[in-house]
Design a protein around this ligand. Structure first.
Ligand code: PBG
Length: 322
């Protein structure tokens, strides 16, 4: 046959395929989310996701040593506490597990970037990300508390805060508060387009968070695409350093939109439900786990994410450097 185009020429060997690969995946692009709890000697995995772990502060060094060794540059901390109340007072506790963890990690791993989640849901008895009154999540009052929480984390040594609450104006509020406390170098990674997704189950189980009602008055409707651009432009105006899309795989169009529109790095959160589907599917023999993991992460990168938050960061990093 006299074909003028034979695309298969560029697929004929591992070397040529390596040369023409359009997206790369590197451990430095992966952020590792980690849960820190009160107590001692605790290291437990989620029942479906072995790499979604909750550890006490004294176990951090053991848990993070292999992560740092594998070339991962950032850890994202979430607090797990037993005592919860309506105001989420634990969020501002100077002796809480997150503050202790920040200090410990900064001491043990000076080169690691410590990112902290900023939202009230680990600490509230109603499970909402903000202050909750008469069935409503209060916006401006919540931004005030999140600003204080951000300063607390920055003071403890966090280099980056990451508000996951979806209140309006929180990036501006947090930026102003950080700046007026001389934390102008503290970075903000915003959960810019965070959807009211069904995929957060294993995460909420880990926090023992039971939400009264749902989060649809602040998290986005999964049916909406243009609205994400509105959130993006607001976050950029308000000073976000990194913008995030969450979840990842069902929202690749949003990631691609952000990559095209944003002048800052784009992050995507491969959330707990996505990780669980992967592990459970592989366990059932539906596909090969390691291949599924790399294919998922490649797809998220291909859509445009510069950074991927994933519980499977260490597994992926090991696969990539093998
Ligand atoms: C809430 C928050 C959630 C996640 C990160 N931050 C859950 C929620 O909005 O209820 C989910 C992450 C995951 O599922 O891995 N501040």
């Amino acid at each position: 046959m006299n074909l003028s185009h034979r695309p298969r020429r560029l697929r004929q060997s591992p070397s040529i395929r390596d040369i023409v690969r359009e997206t790369n995946l590197h451990p430095s692009q992966l952020f590792f989310p980690l849960f820190v709890c009160e107590g001692k000697g605790i290291h437990k995995s989620n029942e479906h996701i072995p790499s979604l772990v909750t550890v006490s502060v004294d176990q951090l060094k053991t848990s993070l040593t292999p992560v740092v060794k594998a070339g991962i540059k950032a850890v994202v901390l979430f607090g797990v506490v037993k005592k919860k109340d309506a105001k989420g007072s634990g969020a501002l506790d100077e002796n809480g597990p997150v503050v202790k963890a920040i200090k410990k990690i900064r001491d043990d791993f000076p080169e690691l970037i410590v990112v902290t989640d900023v939202a009230l849901d680990p600490y509230t008895d109603h499970g909402h990300d903000g202050l909750f009154k008469n069935g409503e999540v209060l916006n401006d009052e919540t931004v005030q508390v999140l600003s204080e929480m951000s300063i607390l984390h920055a003071k403890a040594g966090a280099q980056m805060v990451s508000p996951s609450d979806m209140m309006d104006g929180r990036i501006a509020g947090i930026r102003q508060s950080l700046d007026s406390s001389s934390f102008e170098n503290t970075m903000i990674m915003s959960y810019t387009a965070k959807y009211a997704s069904c995929l957060y189950g294993p995460f909420r189980d880990t926090l023992s968070a039971k939400v009264i009602g749902d989060k649809k008055t602040y998290q986005m409707d999964p049916a909406n695409r243009r609205e994400a651009l509105r959130e993006l432009h607001l976050d950029l105006e308000e000073g976000a350093d990194i913008v995030m899309v969450k979840p990842a795989l069902w929202y690749l169009d949003i990631i691609a939109d952000f990559k095209r529109e944003a002048s800052v790095p784009v992050a995507a959160y491969h959330v707990s439900g996505e990780a669980a589907m992967l592990e459970v599917g592989a366990k059932s023999g539906l596909f090969d786990r390691d291949r599924a993991l790399l294919e998922s992460l490649h797809s998220i990168r291909r859509a445009g994410a510069d950074i991927i938050l994933t519980y499977q960061a260490l597994d992926a990093a090991r696969l990539l450097t093998r």
